[in-house]
Design a binder for this molecule. Structure first.
Ligand SMILES: NC(=O)c1ccc[n+]([C@@H]2O[C@H](COP(=O)([O-])OP(=O)(O)OC[C@H]3O[C@@H](n4cnc5c(N)ncnc54)[C@H](O)[C@@H]3O)[C@@H](O)[C@H]2O)c1
Length: 359
């Protein structure tokens, strides 16, 4: 069987560290080409991963190389145009998170996917971790009962990526930690809750770490833009009555950096925090806590890329679908809108006002 001809668009930290490092380990994949607008990055990636062709223009790469599979790991605002171009060139696409900047842009990626008859998976690697896969089965087995509330977050004490660069420029990133980190765990929480329909969001954002202060001495020596938040908090309401609390920061004066997902069910609870999954229930009249023994997590992206190649080779619909990414983008852009307007925002059609019965 012929190998899948693979190319990468965007040879930065994630392109090299996740996509090239993991696709290059898959025997069914032939590493053909790499593209970055910075020629040294494209050349360096090609050298390190023994790839013949390096480009600075992805349109040219797509025209010349007749690729089957392309990863998109550019800054966020280029995800939609690069993905659409690759789909139109007949490639399956593995696009990094967040899928794009708005729900409408993700819809345009879906339209291109359907017109091309190719597959599109979003790079939500946290779904592929052993704990998340175990938790999904645990929830589906009914062991939590009905889930009525959830919490998720990823809080860093100090960890603002590329200050002054594209990450902190809203027009290119779409926002700060809410879209950057939030997309991972808002996705996992929704996945575990089986994607109930979100109806309203209420959010607040804060930007307190752009400037140097005695508490923030790292904020010196950068130029460029910082027009995003460094902390976002909020709540999502769903049509089934369930709620989700979210909290994401790139910098905050907290004890330590960590990520978490917590599910509250009427039969049991589940918490993933600081790398450990705990289950809470009851047995013979007493609270009973347990921890599953799970396989070690694989290196960044390895489980996800192997899974995607398998979906392509066996014509299976991948997890982390763009349709789900639309829902996540509705939640995230809704939270930003709520923060800007200082009020709760309805997603979709606002329900009619409750009528009072006439006496
Ligand atoms: N899934 C994860 O765990 C994870 C982790 C980190 C980053 N990411 C995502 O990966 C993407 C890249 O992040 P990063 O940290 O690697 O950023 P980065 O800045 O290190 O890399 C982006 C690269 O894209 C290149 N680029 C810009 N415009 C281009 C164009 N028109 N054509 C080709 N290349 C172009 C840049 O020169 C740069 O080398 C982002 O969307 C980010 O959210 C995902």
């Amino acid at each position: 069987m012929a190998k899948l001809r693979y190319g990468l668009i965007g040879a930065g930290g994630c392109g090299k560290g996740k996509h090239l490092a993991s696709y290059s380990q898959i025997p069914e994949v032939e590493m053909v080409a790499v593209c970055d607008i910075i020629p040294e990055r494209a050349n360096d990636a090609a050298d390190r991963f023994n790839i013949e062709a390096a480009y600075t223009d992805y349109h040219e790469m797509l025209r010349e190389e007749k690729l089957d599979l392309v990863s998109v790991a550019t800054p966020n605002h280029l995800h939609a145009p690069a993905t659409i171009a690759a789909l139109q060139a007949g490639c399956h696409v593995h696009c990094e998170k967040p899928a794009s900047l708005t729900p409408a842009l993700v819809q345009s990626m879906i339209a291109a996917r359907d017109a091309a008859g190719r597959k599109l998976m979003i790079g939500l690697n946290n779904r592929f971790t052993p704990w998340a896969q175990f938790a999904k089965k645990y929830v589906e087995a009914g062991l939590l009962g009905e889930i009525y509330h959830a919490k998720c977050g990823w809080k860093r004490r100090r960890g603002i990526p590329g200050k002054g660069g594209w990450f902190t420029t809203k027009a290119q990133s779409g926002g700060g930690p809410l879209i950057d980190l939030g997309v991972h765990f808002i996705d996992v929480a929704n996945y575990l809750m089986n994607f109930p329909r979100p109806t309203a969001v209420s959010g607040q954002t804060y930007s307190r770490f752009a400037d140097a202060t005695p508490f923030n001495p790292q904020a010196t020596g950068y130029t460029g833009t910082y027009d995003v938040e460094d902390l976002a908090v909020g709540m999502v309401r769903y049509a089934n009555g369930c709620t989700l609390d979210v909290e994401f920061s790139w910098a905050s004066n907290i004890e330590t950096s960590y990520s978490f997902v917590e599910l509250y069910g009427d039969k049991g609870g589940l918490k993933f925090e600081k790398g450990k999954l705990s289950l809470f229930g009851e047995a013979v009249g007493a609270p009973l806590d347990s921890q599953p023994t799970l396989p070690a997590d694989t290196a960044w992206g390895v489980a996800e890329t192997k899974y995607y190649v398998d979906c392509i080779l066996h014509d299976r619909e991948p997890l982390a679908r763009a349709e789900e990414a639309v829902v996540i983008m509705e939640i995230i852009t809704g939270l930003y809108e709520s923060a800007a307007r200082g009020q709760e925002v309805w997603l979709g059609r606002r329900p009619p006002p409750r009528r009072t019965a006439k006496k």
